[in-house]
Write a protein that binds this ligand. Structure first.
Ligand code: BG6
Length: 490
């Protein structure tokens, strides 16, 4: 099947932190792919900035290595063309060095889209923005791209947003949540709003509960320094998980325009029932992985990896969330995420209510309620569990079977990485898949009281063995409601 590609306008993409991990793993491979597919016009440049002194040639060697490591079947001609676009400047984000060179390189290009991508620690967001402003580099066609974490709580997020807002208008600010760029996450909107089938059933009258699981089998890898200051709540729940919840729960937006979609997501965030010190002990679970096994090998516990036995940072969170509005009153949303779990899998499970009355006798088997399983990764697809009659003579016997649609099997195209879509949306100026300021702050407004309750209770996170599904308290959290985690995950 042919993939539709629309060339974007000419641009200068200025990447701060261009020698870092994000550029290596995600940005350079994504840009190469977009160039390969003909989406990047001839008159587009990528200006890589970082403190380290390097020549253009040395940076191109770094970029070549990045693309070759992360892309299979690299096409040499396309790669050479892509590398030719790259320029490198040694710029001190915090100090003054290198800024005149950047100004000189951008001079005369005020009429093309100018996107500043801050692939650096959030500590530098404010100072880089101020510098872009004072150097007069923020043109009308400029955009700024920032990655999470946007703050470590509501107050710091507001301060950061205000600092960026001094230089850039809200319609120029692109706050990335890379989950929104994932194909299957966008498919959630297609599933809900391009099919008449689901929407009439998408409410408390027909849905018993929803489960959102984002499980990782990896540990914190080389990011323990950052991770220990964040934990799973700030790293995953405040952004990725709440964004998924919003897409499942929001009202149909009037269009796909950025503000229509973001207005609806904001309403969901504001309708989340607050979890403060009174509810936190029964509605939330924090865990921390201990030594165990992952992918067949023995792995160390979080504290040993960190080399700090005193850390009480959580690597796992489970929450029973509720949305206080007409559509969702009484429907729990069970959320869980963690590192070093039994598998890498992200899934949304929509559990429908049982049929109101069975016409079948007890001997036909149990009539299981329908369940819609949206698999975000890996093996992206949608599965609907339905009841059918067991084939063959011998009377009526019922059985649950999946109506299965694997996207990989249905579409023989490469599944693009989230950053490919998001980077091109930045150039196009399409903010639908980016978080608006008020959304980020509303998400913190729900998360902050939970973090405060945990801090006040001073209870250490519950240990769980690496390679399992988290602490037993997470199982108890859902089983208290006579439900179970959907564990047909592998
Ligand atoms: C990042 C988190 O935002 O998302 C990481 O900081 C996490 O801790 C990652 O591993 C998960 O992303 P993905 O795309 O691999 O599911």
């Amino acid at each position: 099947m042919a993939v539709r590609v629309i060339e974007v306008d000419p641009f200068d993409l200025i990447v701060f932190g261009a020698t870092g991990d994000l550029a290596h793993r995600k940005l350079l491979p994504a840009l190469y792919h977009r160039d390969l597919d003909g989406q990047i016009p001839d008159d587009a440049r990528v200006i890589a900035c970082s403190r380290r002194p390097m020549s253009d040639g040395e940076y191109r060697a770094f970029a070549r290595e990045a693309v070759c490591e992360h892309v299979s079947d690299v096409e040499e001609t396309a790669l050479t063309r892509f590398l030719d676009r790259l320029r490198y400047l040694s710029v001190d984000a915090a100090g003054g060095d290198g800024w005149p060179d950047l100004t000189a390189l951008l001079a005369g290009r005020e009429g093309v889209v100018r996107a500043f991508y801050l692939a650096v620690s959030p500590d530098f967001f404010g100072s880089i923005c101020a510098r872009i402003g004072s150097e007069g580099l923020a043109t009308d066609l400029s955009r700024i791209v920032i990655e999470k974490p946007i703050g470590k709580d509501g107050a710091s997020a507001r301060a950061l947003n205000a600092a960026i807002g001094q230089v850039f208008r809200e319609d120029q600010i692109f706050r990335i949540d890379h989950y929104l760029g994932k194909e299957t996450v966008q498919n959630l909107m297609a599933l809900r709003f391009a099919n008449a089938l689901f929407e009439p059933l998408w409410n408390a009258a027909h849905i018993d509960h929803v489960q959102i699981t984002v499980a990782e089998s990896l540990g914190v890898e080389g990011r323990a320094g950052y991770y220990d200051t964040a934990g799973a709540m700030r790293d995953m729940v405040q952004n990725h998980i709440l964004q998924l919840l919003c897409l499942v729960a929001m009202e149909p937006p009037e269009s796909m325009s950025a503000d229509s979609v973001r207005d609806e997501k904001l309403k969901v965030l504001k309708a989340l029932t607050p979890i403060g010190a009174d509810l936190a002990p029964t509605r939330t679970v924090r865990g921390q992985y201990r030594a165990g096994a992952s992918s067949g090998g023995a792995v160390r516990g979080y504290l040993e990896e960190l080399d700090d036995p005193s850390s009480d940072t959580e690597t796992f969170v489970a929450i029973k969330a509720e949305i206080a509005n007409w559509r969702w009153a009484g429907v729990p949303f069970y959320l869980r995420t963690g590192k070093r779990l039994a598998a890498r899998v992200s899934e949304i499970v929509v559990q429908f209510r049982p049929i109101p009355h069975s016409i079948f006798g007890e001997d036909v088997g149990h009539v299981d309620p329908n369940r819609l399983v949206i698999r975000l990764q890996p093996d992206e697809g949608v599965r609907m569990q339905v009841m059918i009659k067991d084939p063959g003579p011998g009377g009526m016997r019922l059985r649950q079977v999946p109506l299965d649609m694997s996207f990989a099997a249905a579409f023989k195209v490469r599944n693009p990485d989230a950053y490919e879509r998001l980077l091109m949306d930045v150039i196009r100026g399409n903010q639908t898949l980016f978080m608006r300021r008020d959304e980020v702050e509303a998400a913190w407004a729900w998360v902050d009281p939970i973090l405060e309750a945990w801090a006040a209770h001073k209870e250490p996170p519950k240990g769980y063995t690496s390679g399992t599904w988290g602490p037993s308290a997470a199982i108890a959290l859902i089983e208290r409601d006579r439900r179970t985690w959907f564990e047909d995950l592998i």
